[in-house]
Design a binder for this molecule. Structure first.
Ligand code: 5AD
Ligand code: SF4
Length: 440
């Protein structure tokens, strides 16, 4: 069967979620629907949600509230909530929002077309959130939207088996499931034959790739094999776990030409006491040791991280250890968050929850230290010439691309160079969050 009309997808959360949205767009188009410009005028509205922190979770409630009036005008509209909040709140959501038609779990994306058709026919709401042993959408290819996408995501694994004390992911996405190596290689080569130049390998814990398949960790082997793909220029990957980081990955980052010199390696805290309470599986000195190995084998590699402030029991001294860690390691960039108690996690009801005011102050301190470090790196690049892959047109009609180290570079003009070309760029200005340059 096929349907007509428009669909609209609103996405929150991580790159994994962005890619799931791309998969849902693909499925809606296969069903005959066209992409629309707004939720209000669409026939199928999909809200793809994130549950990682309370703030992200609240967005689904406000989106569902806003769409209510449009549904009253168009009772045939099908409203879907997908993603991590759908997985976690299931019945709660459909009870609270009577105009919601479908609650779609993170393992059920491939069922979307059938369920939308069924809802259109029967006009009854559905909750579909079961975990699967083999997630069917893991096998789907979905290039990035747009006329000629030159960058694309490829999922290599989904889920997480680590159970860090603060994190909802194992509950919302299930345990680690890796895709077969052959299937990944086929997808990469298919995308490259359609003009893709850069791929980002996705997974909650990419550098644990293959462990669940029974042959040990095969992430570095995967990088080596993907490197042989014709037409592929750059390989990126995210997110890596420090515990699974080893010297072979450091060597790959320093020696494989197509693998970009950047790793996102979430530290979370600089205090051993907090790391242990978070159940991260490493101490600060073990983390530092891995950074040293990385810097010795891949000296040009940029390193970014995630930091949580105000985890339960975090004393002033624990927090100072995090600040010292930032000064000591000098990350290129960090993403920092106030601890947010997540339903069902170990940390939700831990003793010594930190008052909001202190979390806020700590976050501001983290920002002020890191901003100087990031700006320092950007200033250091002024006058140097770097390799940039031209990606497209951004804000204020400027062009943009990224360095191999994942720093955004903006330009006023790209001359005769087109998207998808690697150009050499002289950095003229190192700004707070990006670089400004000129093609040479
Ligand atoms: N509170 C605050 N930050 C969190 N993160 C994950 N769970 C929480 C939480 N409950 C952060 C971690 C993780 C990033 C994706 O989000 O830093 O690495
Ligand atoms: Fe958010 Fe985590 Fe779900 Fe991604 S996997 S959408 S970060 S909760």
């Amino acid at each position: 069967m096929s349907l007509s009309g428009k669909y609209f997808v609103e996405t929150y959360g991580c790159q994994m979620n962005e890619h799931d949205s791309e998969k849902m767009c693909e499925l809606m188009e296969q069903l005959g629907l066209e992409s629309g410009d707004s939720a209000d005028s669409a026939d199928v509205v999909i809200i793809n949600t994130c549950a990682i922190r309370e703030k992200a979770e609240h967005k689904v409630h406000s989106s569902l509230g806003k769409i209510r009036a449009a549904k009253l005008r168009n009772p045939d509209m099908v409203i879907v909530v997908a993603g991590c909040v759908a997985q976690q709140q299931q019945h709660e959501l459909s009870k609270k929002f009577r105009h919601l038609d479908l609650v779609l779990g993170t393992h059920n994306i491939s069922e979307l077309p059938d369920l939308v058709e069924k809802i259109r026919k029967d006009r009854q709401s559905i909750i579909r959130v079961g975990f699967a042993e083999d997630i069917r959408s893991l096998h789907m290819t979905a290039p990035r939207r747009g006329p000629r996408p030159i960058c694309s995501y490829v999922t290599i694994m989904q889920g997480c088996s680590n159970f860090c004390a603060y994190c909802v992911v194992p509950y919302t996405r299930g345990r680690e499931q890796s895709r077969s190596l052959v299937e990944i290689l086929e997808e990469v080569s298919q995308l490259c034959s359609r003009g893709v130049k850069e791929i980002t390998l996705l997974g909650q814990n990419v550098n644990a790739y293959g462990k669940d398949l029974g042959n040990g960790n095969r992430f570095t082997e995967l990088l080596e094999k993907i490197s042989n793909t014709r037409g592929l220029v750059r390989i990126r990957f995210t997110t890596s776990h420090p515990r699974d980081f080893d010297a072979s990955l450091a060597t790959a980052l320093g020696s494989l030409d197509k693998v970009c010199e950047h790793i996102h390696l979430p530290l979370q805290s600089g205090s051993d006491r907090i790391l242990s309470s978070m159940k991260r599986g490493y101490s600060f000195s073990e983390y530092l040791n891995k950074i040293e190995i990385l810097r010795s084998k891949a000296p040009k590699c940029s390193i970014t991280t995630d930091i949580i402030v105000g985890f339960p029991g975090e004393s002033d001294d624990d927090f100072k250890s995090t600040l010292t860690a930032l000064e000591q390691i000098r990350f290129d960039q960090i993403f920092s968050f106030k601890f947010s108690p997540r339903p069902g996690t170990k940390a939700e009801h831990m003793a010594d929850q930190i008052p909001e005011k202190i979390k806020k102050e700590r976050l501001a301190e983290v920002h002020s230290i890191q901003d100087k470090i990031t700006q320092g790196y950007h200033k250091q690049l002024e006058g140097s010439v770097v390799e940039v892959l031209l990606e497209g047109r951004g804000r204020q009609n400027q062009f943009y691309g990224r360095t191999r180290t994942n720093k955004i570079v903006n330009f006023d003009d790209t001359g005769s160079y087109r998207e998808g070309t690697v150009v050499r760029v002289k950095i003229l200005r190192g700004l707070n969050h990006s670089l400004f340059g000129k093609i040479v």
